[in-house]
Design a protein around this ligand. Sequence first.
Ligand code: ADP
Ligand code: MG
Length: 238
Amino acid sequence: MATLDLNQVSKSFGAAKVLHDINLAIEDKEFVVFVGPSGCGKSTLLRIIAGLEEATTGSIIINGEDVSTAHPVDRGISMVFQSYALYPHLTVYENIAFPLRVQKLPKPELEEAVARAADILQLTDKLQLKPGQLSGGQRQRVAIGRSIVRNPKIFLFDEPLSNLDAALRGDMRVELSQLHKQLDATMVYVTHDQIEAMTMADRIVVLKDGRVEQFGSPMDLYHHPATRFVASFIGQPN
Ligand code: ADP
Ligand code: MG
């Protein structure tokens, strides 16, 4: 299980303050979407949660434990990026197995973990292919497979579908929602796409200029927008 709390998280790059006192309590197994316009601080916030960037102030709490200074590998978090860099010369199997080889996991456990990830992502018959022989959607699934094998408590996704065409994006949304149910994991998903947010989220965090405008269910945001910005961004008429 994994709860994720952000307490008074702020971030400055030099004189530019890009995140302002972010407070969020994300529950175990929630699918939370961070949505907001380009440049509002979504990726920076995700990178701070993952430990790839240090917060200027505030703390990151996982299951009640302060991990603010913990190494990224020790946080039990896996992050899937928009530009999924697969190794072109390695098979799908080896791409998925890669994080486990780095960890020097024994072979039987490694094979079992890869087989499970491939099964969940419907890649079992693609394991011997190279990334160049796959479609865009299949490649994205391999990238997700690589994050599943380490059995993380929390998944972070930074606009993972934005390189895919519209039809495939729709399919992948459904697949990711199913994956969330199958894995019983806590997921934080970043997008600038309101439709993705409204269709996938248990709860949505609307960010604007590095501040939380509102945190609530899609229906909350739609029927009771806290600000004019939320109302216009979520697309409620008038
Ligand atoms: P989003 O993901 O919502 O598009 P980002 O988190 O990437 O937004 O960026 C938020 C703001 O922080 C932007 O103004 C961006 O230019 C700035 N920023 C992000 N990373 C850095 C960095 N390493 N150095 C300086 N400014 C940065
Ligand atoms: Mg971004």
